[in-house]
Design a protein around this ligand. Sequence first.
Ligand code: ZN
Length: 56
Amino acid sequence: MRVKCVLCDKIKTINDDLPLAKRLRNRPIHTYMCEPCEKRITEKTLAKKQQAEPAE
Ligand SMILES: [Zn+2]
């Protein structure tokens, strides 16, 4: 199936058998993020978490 990354609008084709594809089909509201964007978000989230933790 074809999916579009919510962040960079890149169109990607993913295997229909992937659990991710099934999830996207069952829940259209569930948005797809390509790997580079997902990585970027994860890193950003982790960085924010580290900043929020009090320094010891
Ligand atoms: Zn992307």
